[in-house]
Design a protein around this ligand. Sequence first.
Ligand code: JFZ
Length: 459
Amino acid sequence: KPEKPIEVKYGSLTPANRTDATMEAFRNYGLGQFIHWGVYSLAGNEWEGVSARGGAAASEWIRSWSGPTAPKDWKNTYDNLYKQFNPKDFDAKRWAKQAKDMGAKYVIFTTKHHDGFALWPTKYSDYNISKSPYKKDIVKQVVDAYTAEGIDVYLYFSILEWNNPNYMGKAPQTDEEKRKFDKFLHYTRNQLLEQLKNYPQIKGFWFDGTWDASWKSAYEFTYNLEKELREKHPGLIIGSRFRNDEHGSRHFDSNGNMLGDYEQGWERKLPVEFEWLEGHDWDAVMTIPPNGWGYMKDWSGIYTKTTDDLLDMLMRSRSMNGNFVLNFGPDGNGNMHPEEDKIAKEIGEWVKQNAEAIYNVRHAALTPSKLGYFTQKGDQLYLTVFNRPVNNIVRIAAPKNAQQVPTTAELLVGGEKLNLKPADIGLDLDKNTYYDVILPKGFVSDRAFVLKMKLGTPK
Ligand code: JFZ
């Protein structure tokens, strides 16, 4: 953010922290699902001597991988794989049911990843699902099935296309390049308007592949396109990864105003302190393996996040006003990885029991706890305890000047009333006052558990 505002013509088009009902619903989602599905799902992370295995490799990028055992014409082989795309077990209703049972309130679905293959029958390119043996519109099935379950749909859309001759990484220079890239821009606009027209139920777009100099040079076009999309689809939600201003500033314009409705930079990472967010709306998207969003056959030899890891990330996100979006990479037949099935089920069981602490909650103005994460709804305070103290006393710190402090406590699951008392530790240690919640004798919990407290004025 500059000391003095500078001139920005193609800056932010929307106010910070929109107050309309659609955006308010976004803030209340809590948990979302991401799905990466496409031609790369057929290949998984190993195909004909090409390997996208290990910590950093991402299977949806397998087209870009090479190596000594790769076929010479690997990219061409990949670009013809869609002729085998015929997912015999694909059932969008089954996915939607699983997402619902997991507790997801929104889904982000890859309609077209970097390889350019469209999972809907787009009129603007032949490289699409209608040319595969499967033929049917996958995006429509996903949109309909999730909508029927009451789950809001966001469409993932990669701008960057690896095999599109009109796409280039660098800013177009020659007249020929300019002509080609202009074609590409209009093609992109057509596809987006086509999606809005075909799938009017969607709540937003999740843009990706917008980092190249070519797209960055098209700031006037992308500014007008964002405007047009919003006019065509009132309430549309777009993250900060769509475009940049004329100074090349991405996510935020040169005056620090967010480009879009929520911060879209939290990709496989989470904020540590609430203050980092400066009040922005945000979500975090997360893989179960270290990296890799598309189907990975083999999960051995890498650390894959556990249900407890993921619940921790969910509640950490909620405690800082963010949504947590967990990625799934179904295989080429349309089946989730068995481990994903298991995790979805386990998350769902926990989320169902502790829903009150997860949905429609906000950041609580208490001193962050090392034992877990606070969330708040009105005068209800929740502490989800991940690190249970050996003495069974959950000590809570409230700033000395706090308007509201915990007055009563109970276990969220089961409702057992707990003893809560001010902790007079006989020392003026810091800026806090302390309250102790005593866990009942014999209390056991396999996973994190939630303390529900009533907030009131300090005595
Ligand atoms: C992108 C894709 O390249 C990837 O395949 C996947 O779809 C993911 C969700 O998005 O990867 C990114 C994009 C942006 C960042 C990191 C990885 N980023 O801003 O740090």
